[in-house]
Design a binder for this molecule. Structure first.
Ligand code: NAG
Ligand code: NAG
Ligand code: NAG
Ligand code: NAG
Ligand code: NAG
Length: 502
């Protein structure tokens, strides 16, 4: 019995090991026989041999493939089978160990548009005399430091070139002279210390992010007559030249540099500037709106991450704030327009800082109702006085005519005042002679006083004191005259009351 059990266990083990060996064997066969897959995407035949650790390509491939995916393998050279393809539109050899020039026979691939050699081991980029049809070339993440000055003359159709993450510190001026269709050039994460001054009449987008660029010259962009955008973010620029010139440039990204000053000349030769990114620089002084006087198309400005000083509270705080935020706003993140120093306005917006300093009595939001109430009071006073004047004109004018002159002369001391102020001025005089507010309003206006002034002076029989009597000091001192006024005034009051009663 025990031997039976042992026997069956053994046979089960045998079966299992045989089956599993068969499976493994079959899997190995599959890998050997079909390491690459073919499929159709967007009507294009793909041959996918990527991520297989290949050192060479297997035989019997579908040579009609239009997209050839050979990325992330161990190729040290271009696999020999490539020569049998002719239809290829895109060749992806990224993530290999290539460091040899592209083979001549690629010249025959007249449909080849995309060549991806990203993440290989290229340290120089030198090309033989053949012409290639390539439009999109990705050479990013290599170790390229030397580029032959004829290198891209062999790719007359080149449209998009990615040279980011290499070790380039300069580019020959003529390197793109024959790449007449070059549109986008990515040079980010290299070792330029200056903006490279190459010629490319067709280039529209230049990316020079994280390149240690410390200098940009007035004519740095002179050879790029179609340039629309340049990204100079994350570099080491401390200043910008006056009159940096580009007639076409629309987007200028200078974020994360160390720039601390703008002048009226900085953007004066960029007439089409529309988007300006100055985030994360070292600006302290709030700009003047005149810095942007030559940029009528400016529509987007980024200012976040600068430590604005609102010291001195110059009027620029308000003017530039309005320039950047009024409709249509140029700064979308309005919260970025905040003061960093001095400490008593930290975190306040430029506008708040300005208003709090120059108009400290006003609330944060300048109250519209306060203004309305003030205007209302003024209008009310004016209307009231007009009505009263009308009433007085209706009532018999003769007795009044002389009285008003006396009163006004005494009150205002001959200094012409607006009517509202004259009402106010009467208040202190109430001690001597208390007219009610209504009475005060009913008093004749200042305007007419001087016409009959000589008559009054004659009455007083003090013609020589006429000038001196124009000061309030004199008036308050001359008690007798006050008495006179009081006696003269009574008829006016009586008369007025009668008029109102009617
Ligand atoms: C591939 O091309 C080479 C040379 O052009 C030729 O000798 C070879 O037979 C071709 N292989 C196939 C499978 O077509
Ligand atoms: C290029 O592609 C077209 C179709 O888009 C095709 O007719 C032509 O044969 C291809 N040329 C080569 C050399 O394969
Ligand atoms: C090239 O390949 C890399 C990695 O596979 C990929 O990230 C990149 O987008 C490709 N470039 C182009 C232009 O398709
Ligand atoms: C400018 O560059 C920075 C950093 O590269 C990026 O985050 C930002 O979006 C760019 N600005 C614009 C307006 O594209
Ligand atoms: C803040 O302090 C400055 C002096 O450093 C002073 O001139 C200014 O009036 C203060 N502003 C406010 C809002 O208190």
């Amino acid at each position: 019995m025990a031997s039976d059990v042992l026997q069956s266990a053994l046979s089960i083990w045998l079966v299992i090991s045989l089956v599993s060996a068969g499976v493994v064997r079959r899997q190995a066969d599959d890998l050997d026989e079909q390491p690459c897959t073919t499929y159709m995407v967007n009507g294009l035949l793909h041959l996918d041999c990527s991520n297989r650790g290949l050192k060479d390509l297997p035989d019997e491939l579908d040579y009609d493939a239009e997209v050839l995916l050979l990325s992330n393998n161990n190729f040290r050279s271009f696999p020999s089978q490539l020569e049998n393809f002719t239809n290829v539109k895109a060749l992806d050899l990224s993530g290999n160990h290539l460091n040899i020039p592209i083979p001549d026979y690629l010249e025959k691939w007249t449909n080849l548009t995309t060549l991806n050699l990203s993440n290989n081991l290229y340290d120089t980029w030198i090309i033989n005399a053949q012409k290639y049809a390539v439009k999109i070339l990705d050479l990013s993440k290599n170790k390229i430091s030397i580029i032959d000055d004829r290198a891209f003359t062999t790719m007359p159709q080149l449209h998009y070139l990615d040279l980011s993450e290499n070790r380039i510190y300069d580019l020959p001026a003529e390197v793109f002279a024959e790449a007449h269709h070059l549109d986008t050039l990515i040079l980010s994460r290299n070792y330029f210390s200056d903006v490279p001054a190459f010629q490319s009449p067709s280039l529209r987008s230049l990316q020079l992010c994280s390149c240690q660029v410390a200098n940009i010259n007035v004519d740095s962009l002179a050879g790029m007559g179609s340039l629309l955008e340049i990204d100079l973010s994350m570099n080491q620029l401390e200043s910008l030249p006056d009159n940096l010139a580009s007639y076409t440039l629309q987007e200028l990204n200078l974020s994360y540099n160390s720039i601390n000053t703008l002048t009226d000349g900085t953007f004066s030769s960029l007439p089409h500037l529309a988007v300006l990114d100055l985030r994360g620089n070292e600006f302290r002084d709030v700009w003047s709106t005149s810095h942007f006087a030559s940029n009528p198309f400016l529509r987007e400005v980024h200012v976040k991450g600068n430590r604005w000083s609102c010291e001195g509270f110059s009027v620029n705080l308000l003017l530039t704030y309005e320039f950047l935020t009024k409709e249509p706003p140029k700064v979308f993140d309005i919260k970025s327009l905040i003061c960093y120093t001095p400490s008593n306005v930290t975190q306040m917006s430029w506008q708040q800082a300005y208003i709090k300093t120059w108009h400290p009595m006003e609330s944060n939001t300048p109250s519209f109702t306060t203004m309305a109430v003030l205007v209302g009071i003024i209008i009310g006073v004016v209307i009231t006085s007009c009505v009263c004047r009308g009433l007085m004109a209706v009532s018999s004018p003769t007795p009044i005519r002389q009285q008003p002159e006396t009163t006004v002369l005494n009150l205002n001391g001959g200094v012409p005042q607006s009517r509202v102020e004259s009402v106010v001025l009467r208040v202190p005089l109430r001690e001597d002679l208390p007219p009610s507010y209504d009475e005060a309003l009913l008093m004749p206006r200042l305007n007419s006083s001087f016409h009959s002034l000589p008559d009054f002076v004659d009455e007083e029989e003090e013609p020589r004191n006429y000038r001196r009597s124009r000061s309030i000091g004199d008036l308050t001192e001359s008690r007798p005259r006050m008495g006179d006024r009081r006696s003269l005034r009574r008829p006016v009051e009586i008369h007025t009351r009668i008029t109102i009663d009617e």
